[in-house]
Write a protein that binds this ligand. Structure first.
Ligand code: MN
Length: 296
């Protein structure tokens, strides 16, 4: 359900969910008010969580199809393992992009040697029809383009922003940027009129075209805008996501993105039966996750 133009921007509250073995997170997408922003179909904000004691993040081996996962950290570390044999520590400011395509599996965990605080976001990108059964892949980007607009620092995670392009490989017109104000700031950001956009605060609060936004809400801007006024009284951090409206009848179940209920059921059954196309994750000390079967 699309809000009419005059109800934009729209504030959409994130809902609480549990990640892996008990970490509480705020899920902004999908949401009953909005499923997607461009091809972005999932947005979790996790932490800041105290991981000095206990196990920290523990998400055992689980599968994906039809999507890409983006992991982004504000603080702390996550160790990624996948069925392609990737073993990669993720740190703040670096981008992890895993392409599931026709099938992949991975695990995510706090490493034994770690910072006391874990804080970040995970996002999923739905793959378009022509790419959704592609070969799986994994890309770790150590150095992203970073640019400054007055006292606003922009890290270009995905796509192109202010003339700088991320090396991350995506398959639809898309952008993802972390915006960090390093003090009081007022700036005007250029937007593309053919993209729809949303914002999610990761730290503190800011105003976007006069609309205050704090932690725990998604601000959906819609499409047709050419600029966005940003104001923050002090240090603040947010994600700006956007893209061309997806325009395909995407369906999700658990960790799967597909087009039909039958595909989603088959993927769930295949994973639980140990189908080869999801591969094997080696080295994770724990159980793999079981797919819940869909009610259809
Ligand atoms: Mn995953």
């Amino acid at each position: 359900m699309d809000p009419s133009e005059d109800s934009l921007p729209q504030i959409i509250p994130a809902h609480e969910a549990v990640l892996g073995e008990g970490m509480r997170i705020a899920r902004a997408l999908p949401n009953r008010h909005r499923r997607m922003v461009g091809a972005w179909c999932f947005l979790d904000h996790f932490g800041p969580a105290d991981v000095a004691q206990g196990l920290g993040m523990r998400v055992g081996p689980h599968p994906h199809i039809g999507l890409q996962t983006v992991t982004w950290l504000v603080s702390g570390e996550v160790l990624h393992r996948d069925s392609l044999g990737s073993l990669q520590a993720i740190r703040p400011g670096q981008l992890n992009l895993m392409t599931a395509g026709r099938g992949i599996s991975h695990s995510e965990e706090s490493p034994a040697q770690r910072s006391p605080t874990l804080h970040g976001a995970q996002l999923w990108i739905a793959l378009p029809e022509a790419r959704r059964a592609c070969e799986p892949g994994f890309q770790h980007v150590q150095q992203l383009p970073v640019l400054h607009l007055q006292r606003l620092r922009a890290s270009v995670m995905i796509g192109e922003f202010l003339g700088q392009r991320s090396p991350a490989a995506v398959h639809s017109p898309l952008v993802g940027v972390e915006l960090l104000s390093e003090g009081p700031v007022e700036a005007v950001l250029p937007l593309r009129a053919d993209f729809e956009y949303a914002l999610m605060m990761l730290e503190h609060e800011a105003c976007f075209d006069g609309q205050a936004l704090g932690i725990g809400n998604l601000l959906y801007l819609g499409a047709g805008r050419r600029e966005l006024r940003v104001a923050a009284a002090s240090a603040a951090r947010c994600l700006l996501i956007g893209g061309a409206p997806f325009g395909e009848d995407m369906r999700m179940w658990w960790n799967f993105v597909a087009r039909t209920p039958q595909e989603l059921r088959r993927a769930s059954e295949d994973w639980n039966a140990g189908a080869d196309y999801f591969g094997q994750v080696h080295g994770y000390d724990g159980r793999r996750l079981e797919a819940p079967l869909p009610p259809w």
